[in-house]
Ligand binder design. Structure first.
Ligand code: NAD
Ligand code: UD1
Length: 334
């Protein structure tokens, strides 16, 4: 299969590209490098022995996307391209709506012109909003986001459902990711956010590596077993493999289908932190601070639908996640 990966040089896209190439598929990447580096192509080539075709383009640019489709026979698209920083999306919401919605619309229109009918979309557990009880099931209301980033995901899901309803041969798999962490075991690709990370695992890894001084645990007075928040951390290589299963599913089904990709196992902030310290034999100084605005006490998946429809199940442990996150930092700082 020849698969177009928009945003394919980013964290999740690059890992998915590796799995696709290792499985014998071809990959074409379209990325504007707004949150990634072109050197990721070298890393992908080092890991797989193959270099994907690369277009440095903005996926909002119709002519550029048209060029990708006219120069390549694209069988399916995985749409990763998007902006993802929650805090920034509150400060500059229009940038998020423009980028995330426009890339999707441009892609759908161009796919339509070229008769490409299979799309896998990077959605997020954030669409479950603040009111659903855990664990989250796909059938729950998923249309109450709490920030502009989350709204773009909820809106795009609706756009894709409408598009599928109007185009009966079209398939859109809406993958609702929980908390991707870790990196490829080579340590060559990983989560490399610009500036100070917002997310827990990259923050822990940078404190362990000495680039940041101290981790603040945001609140230990939640109604959870140890008082810190519960999340569904998922190894990015497991997540990447889920996309291959989604492509197989899309080849045999039509319509829009939302599917959680998570482990279904809640892990607290302190559990993740102590696992990281134990597995890697490093020190991670931390203090307990106040709650972070907008944080939910618990967010984790019911992961049965992915198993049933995609025949996918997360396999890697919290220890694997901690070890591989650290090996990326070691590789990167050296
Ligand atoms: P990332 O920022 O590492 O990758 C996104 C890539 O898209 C980057 O390489 C960026 O340069 C590119 N991009 C952004 N806008 C573009 C545009 N207009 N044209 C071309 N390229 C563009 O993010 P990621 O963590 O790999 O996330 C991939 C997708 O998964 C995103 O849509 C994100 O919202 C979604 N997601 C991520 C998480 C997470 O925790 N990482 C959780 C849920 C959902
Ligand atoms: C955050 C986003 C969410 C997004 C997800 C992507 C917010 C409010 N939510 O979710 O929309 O989809 O990232 O993966 O930004 N923590 C600390 N100290 C830190 C960093 C985090 O204690 O320095 C805690 C948080 O309070 C949270 C947990 O670690 O309880 C996980 O945080 P994070 O990695 O940011 O993920 P989410 O909160 O799930």
């Amino acid at each position: 299969m020849n698969v177009l990966l928009t945003g394919g040089l980013g964290y999740i896209g690059s890992h998915t590209c590796v799995e696709l190439l290792n499985a014998g598929h071809q990959a074409v990447i379209a990325d504007n490098l707004s949150n990634s580096r072109v050197t990721v192509l070298d890393s992908i080539e080092k890991i797989t022995g193959k270099r994907p075709k690369f277009y440095e383009i903005d996926v909002c640019d119709r002519d550029a996307v048209e060029r990708v489709f006219s120069e390549n026979e694209i069988d399916a698209v995985i749409h990763f391209a998007g902006l993802k920083a929650v805090g920034e999306s509150c400060r500059i919401p229009l940038r998020y709506y423009r980028n995330n919605l426009d890339t999707t619309l441009t892609l759908l229109e161009t796919m339509g012109k070229h008769g490409c009918t299979r799309l896998v979309f990077s959605s997020s557990a954030t669409v479950y909003g603040p009111n659903n009880p855990v664990p989250y099931f796909e059938e729950m209301p998923a249309n109450l986001a709490t920030n502009p980033y989350g709204w773009t995901k909820a809106m795009i899901e609706q756009i894709l459902r409408d598009h599928c309803a109007a185009n009966p041969g079209f398939t859109a798999v809406l993958l609702r990711y929980f908390n991707p962490v870790g990196s490829h075991e080579s340590g060559l690709i990983g989560d490399d956010p610009n500036g100070i990370p917002n997310n827990l695992m990259p923050y822990i890894a940078r404190v362990a590596g000495g680039q940041l001084q101290l981790l603040t645990v945001f609140g230990d007075d939640y109604d959870t077993p140890d008082g810190t928040c519960l999340r569904d951390y998922l190894h990015v290589v497991d997540l990447a493999k889920g996309h291959l299963c989604a492509l197989d599913y899309a080849a045999e089904h039509v319509g829009a289908e939302a599917i959680n990709l998570g482990t279904g196992k809640p892990v607290s902030v302190l559990e993740l932190l102590h696992a990281f310290i134990r597995v890697n034999g490093v020190d991670v100084p931390y203090v307990i601070g106040g709650r972070r605005d907008g944080d939910l006490p618990a967010s984790y998946a019911n992961a049965e639908k992915a198993e049933r429809l995609l025949h996918w199940k997360a396999e890697k442990s919290v220890e694997d996640m901690c070890r591989d996150s650290w090996s990326f930092i070691l590789n990167h700082t050296n």
